[in-house]
Design a binder for this molecule. Structure first.
Ligand code: C2O
Ligand code: CU
Ligand code: CU
Length: 495
């Protein structure tokens, strides 16, 4: 590969690279022009910051392509318009319009869903709207969401896992005035981070080949990817940074922390800010969950290297049906709970930049139990080769629950299975009321408005939601993408 192709492959069309500097980038490209892939794998590419595209007037074309994923390694990918293993970052102001055309140039059906946004039914990307190869789909909706990090990914029934894994996922940043007023780190001090794990073949290319065991536990990778690049590196100044983190993996839970043991300042979750910043040693993120973090490098000497690390933790999978701990490793991939270094920070430049961290934040008003007029319970089971909700496998055309438009309800998610299930709702943001069993508490990163909540084996979690947006058919599902593809989903009709 020539230097120019290399640069283009790294940055995507119009993408930016942060840190590493032009020098490091050029030398990475020079190295990979000659080095064998195996040698070059040792050094990470500079962090890719995808280009930002406006959601109003956007065209996303699903197609196969190839992308540079590590120094000297180009991999087949499935993309939504970028020459990269993850998509562009979409941006929209709260109250703004999203007019998006999806064009399907794949050889299979697809549809894109805007995870965490609450559009009308027609624009939600429900699997029954999947379009055939050669077809296109037009979305048109107002984005009335609080400032936060959301994301987009495919939602074609039984094909979500492979499509998202191969690259068809990206971030959505919604901004609003309340956020502007906070004066949070911005520009190069705000890093959007889509974190994933991948399995690679001998040449370093992405490989998705799920075994029976993978379909039970979910497809766990061996190596971390950030923004479509394997184990990247970013140069930072001695300043405060805002890290906007999404777990976009198929099945891995990341325990996100600083490798130097200092706390993270957590300011937001899935769907907006917490009420106040809170110092936490780590944040657990399951697939679909987001964290808004402030990380302070201001007192570190130039030359310091540290990582954004996923800490080791005990696998939450139980013995259950004999499909948990005992069979771990049979599917391949590092076990759930293995340590992974996601991103390396190199403190490269001293600056003096005083910062003020706001004492309170513009959190959404919590939805209260006392507002609820009805309760429902949903049991997530994984037995033999089936993943079900209330003993049923998904049927795209079946309505499983009917909910009056405008009502507030308490939903209980029960996990008596051997696997963790990150449970996601379309159409609403919810507040977590309680967790009993297992970890036995609502965790700090679950205190704001959310759309996805992790239920470990043995846990019951109650959430409260207002179904006050739009009538129509929406979904509740497990966001482990293999579980989702296997049918751990259901439809609810808001009417
Ligand atoms: Cu992140 Cu139904 O989706
Ligand atoms: Cu969603
Ligand atoms: Cu699940």
């Amino acid at each position: 590969m020539r230097r120019r192709e290399c640069l283009r492959a790294i940055t995507g069309s119009g993408g930016l690279l942060v840190g590493g500097g032009a020098g490091a980038l050029l030398s990475a490209c020079d190295t990979l022009a000659t080095a064998a892939p195996a040698d070059a794998l040792a050094a990470g590419l500079p962090l890719r910051v995808p280009r930002t595209l406006d959601m109003d007037g956007l065209v996303l074309t699903a197609r196969r392509g190839s992308a540079l994923v590590a120094p000297g390694v180009s991999s087949p990918v499935w993309t939504l318009g970028e020459e990269a293993a993850s998509g562009a970052t979409l941006s929209v102001r709260s109250g703004g319009r999203a007019r998006v055309q999806l064009i399907n140039e794949l050889d299979e059906a697809t549809i894109v869903h805007w995870h965490g946004l609450r559009p009308p039914e027609h624009s939600d990307g429900h699997p029954r709207f999947a379009i055939a190869p050669g077809a296109s789909y037009s979305y048109d909706f107002e984005v009335n969401e609080p400032a936060s990090l959301y994301w987009y990914h495919p939602h074609a029934h039984m094909r979500t896992a492979v499509q998202a894994y191969m690259g068809m996922a990206g971030l959505i940043v919604v901004r609003d005035e309340a956020e502007d007023a906070l004066g949070l780190p911005a520009g190069v001090r705000e890093l959007p981070l889509l974190i994933q794990d991948k399995r690679l073949d001998g040449s370093g290319a992405l490989i998705y080949a799920a075994s029976g065991h993978d379909m039970m536990e979910g497809y766990l990778g061996d190596v971390p990817f950030v923004n479509g690049v394997r184990s990247p590196v970013v140069d930072v100044d001695t300043a405060l940074y805002r890290l906007r983190v999404l777990n976009g993996s198929n099945a891995r839970i990341f325990r996100v922390a600083r490798s130097d043991g200092r706390p993270l300042k957590l300011i937001g979750g899935d769907a907006g800010f917490l009420a106040a910043p809170v110092d936490v040693p780590y944040v657990d993120l399951a697939t679909g969950e987001r964290a808004d973090l402030l990380v302070d490098f201001s007192d570190l000497p130039v030359g310091t290297r540290l990582h954004l690390r996923s800490l080791q933790f005990p696998s939450p999978s139980g013995g259950g049906m004999g499909m948990g701990m005992g069979m771990r490793g049979m599917g391949g991939g590092l076990p759930q709970g293995a340590q992974m270094d996601l991103l390396e920070f190199r403190v490269a430049r001293e600056v003096s930049e005083p910062h003020v961290i706001p004492g309170t934040l513009p959190a959404a008003t919590p939805v209260l139990r006392s507002e609820a007029t009805r309760e429902r319970a949903f049991r997530f089971d994984s037995m033999m080769m089936n993943h079900t909700i209330n003993s049923r496998m998904y049927d795209m055309e079946r309505i499983d629950e009917r909910i009056p438009l405008g009502s507030t309800e308490v939903w209980t998610f029960i996990n008596d299975s051997a696997f963790p299930h990150p449970v996601h709702m379309h159409a609403v943001h919810f507040h977590v009321l309680s967790r009993t069993g297992g970890r036995g508490q609502v965790l700090p990163w679950e205190s704001g408005a959310k759309d996805t909540v992790l239920i470990h084996p043995g846990e019951r979690v109650e959430v409260a939601a207002r179904f006050d947006r739009h009538p129509g058919v929406f979904m509740l599902h497990c966001h482990n993408l293999e579980h989702e593809d296997m049918g751990m989903m259901m439809n609810f009709l808001i009417e």
